[in-house]
Design a protein around this ligand. Structure first.
Ligand code: NAP
Length: 488
């Protein structure tokens, strides 16, 4: 372990989810002291918050893990949520991170006070000064409830998918699910056999690729345990398939890959939805890959169950007994599940971040959330983001993305810890140049050319994601280009 020279140097990490834990591990390995502030009473981020029935990760298990913590024990090719949550907690415990996590300590304010220092305030009070702050606050943590008239007048139980109310028994109930994203398409198959009826309120159909989720037989787990190189090879293979080839097809660098994806989705629909009218109603009018691709072998069978109903007439309002659609029909319900997604632009909020000259990040990001290469913002020295604006998000392994950013940020923090600089921040010129390049490149991605809307668009109507190949992301963030930083 290398040891940073400045003994009083310490870093505040905001968030003990998947990326916060990994950040802590990287800093620990670099010999840098840190404290992790976590708003909730447990670690695990999105895998702590989301407990809805049917949730499993749609990135393969042997890719959706930290590079430094292979796991031979995954039960399935795509891990169930509880297993993933346990994995993160185990890593935090086994690597000695957990004792450095302050639970139930939500950061309410981070203020730059000069001389390279930040003052952190949490719901527990003033936490003192830190030499750097790393916001590892996740991307999809702020649930969005739909702006539908009468939402509060519903007499039954209702909740957002990420705030699942386990006190509400669904057996024998009439359930409505609003939304057709990755979440809704997992919930419906998981509850259809238990409920009296389930109505799926679809505003826009989704392309779905048919991938089964097989359990790993014991022999396979034993082989992984006995020959760790097998897991490493599998990780590399999956990274190549998902993050390199698949990503390239989304950003306009692999047209054949995109066409192949479209063919697979159409084939899935034709093979597995038998009623011609239902198939028509489930067929999207935009290009596959435009919205986040859905991975499921269960949704089409489930929506064809006798007690499942696809409602694709627009919702007019919600009333005490249920949902009224614009054709005047009242769909009477006992429970409404809002699978209506998240605000991906919440980032660190509701915390207030105040940088140089008293400028808040909320103010700077009033029009749009822009950063330098997804990790830093001019005017906010020694503040870094994991999963910040323009990170590769959506169909990639967030863990891999996060580790690339963490490796890069650790290099900058190490320079600070070793006393090479007291403050580093990207220049305005480098940040503007990066964002201008993004704006040009994004036009060629399927998220823009594919003819859909999605959560990738910000309020300016612009897609905020990484518009190039994954290879370029890794290359760009391999080593800080110090000429693009102001360092004091
Ligand atoms: P989402 O993809 O944003 O989908 C939200 C759904 O709600 C959409 O179908 C949307 O319709 C609908 N909707 C929103 N407002 C509505 C309104 N007022 N009336 C009717 N419908 C409305 O959200 P999500 O499914 O929770 O998924 C979000 C992201 O989380 C995913 O893309 C993925 O990155 C991640 N995720 C991953 C997994 C996994 O790994 N297994 C599982 C779940 C989620 P429109 O399409 O018409 O806007």
């Amino acid at each position: 372990m290398t040891s940073a020279s400045n003994a009083s140097f310490k870093v505040a990490i905001i968030g003990a989810g998947a990326s916060g834990i990994a950040t802590a591990v990287y800093l620990q390995r670099a010999g840098i002291a840190f404290t992790v502030f976590e708003r909730a009473g447990d670690v695990g981020g999105t895998w702590r918050d989301n407990t809805y029935p049917g949730l499993s990760c749609d990135v393969p298990s042997h890719l959706y893990r930290y590079s430094f913590a292979p796991n031979a024990e995954w039960s399935h090719e795509y891990s169930p949520a509880a297993e993933i949550h346990a994995y993160f907690r185990n890593v935090a415990e086994e690597l000695g991170i957990i004792e450095k996590v302050r639970l139930s300590s939500e950061v309410t304010k981070a203020e730059f006070v000069g001389e390279g220092l930040w003052r952190i305030t949490t719901t527990k009070g003033d936490e003192g000064l830190f030499n750097a702050v790393i916001a590892a606050t996740g991307v999809l943590h702020k649930p969005v409830l739909p702006d539908i008239d009468g939402r509060d007048s519903f007499a039954g139980a209702s909740f957002h998918s990420s705030r699942w109310n386990h006190d509400v028994a669904l057996a024998g109930k009439r359930v409505g699910i609003i939304g057709t994203g990755s979440t809704a398409t997992q919930i419906l198959p998981a509850i259809v056999d238990e409920v009296a009826s389930v109505s799926l309120f679809q505003r826009t159909p989704q392309w779905i690729v048919n991938v089964p989720n097989n359990p790993f037989p014991e022999e396979k787990k034993t082989a992984f345990r006995d020959e760790p190189q097998k897991m490493a090879d599998l990780y590399d293979h999956l990274n190549n398939v998902f993050n390199q080839r698949f990503a390239a097809s989304l950003v306009g660098e692999n047209d054949e890959g995109l066409a192949e994806m479209a063919r697979a989705c159409r084939q899935n629909l034709e093979d597995n939805v038998h009623d011609v009218d239902l198939r028509r109603r489930l067929t999207p009018s935009y290009q596959a890959g435009c919205k986040r691709l859905i991975v499921s072998d269960k949704f089409y069978p489930a929506i064809q169950s006798p007690n499942a109903r696809l409602v694709d007439t627009r919702i007019a309002r919600i009333e005490s007994p249920g949902v009224r659609t614009s054709d005047g029909l009242l769909h009477e319900l006992d429970v409404i599940v809002y699978a209506t997604g998240f605000d991906p632009f919440a980032f660190f909020r509701p915390a207030v971040i105040v940088g140089r000259n008293g400028l808040s990040l909320n103010e700077r990001w009033k029009e749009s959330c822009q950063a330098y290469r997804s990790v830093a913002v001019p005017g906010f020295p020694n503040l870094f983001f994991i999963g910040g604006p323009n990170s590769p998000i959506g169909n990639f392994s967030f863990l891999r993305t996060a580790e690339v950013q963490i490796g890069y940020v650790t290099k900058l923090v190490k320079l600070l810890a070793e006393g090479a600089h007291r403050e580093v921040e990207p220049t305005e010129e480098a940040t503007d140049a990066f964002n201008a390049e993004v704006e040009q490149a994004i036009k060629h991605t399927v998220w823009v050319t594919g003819g859909c809307t999605s959560w990738y668009f910000d309020k300016r109507g612009k897609v905020v994601s990484w518009p190039w190949s994954y290879g370029r992301f890794e290359a760009d963030l391999k080593q800080p280009r110090m000429e693009e930083f102001k360092a004091a």
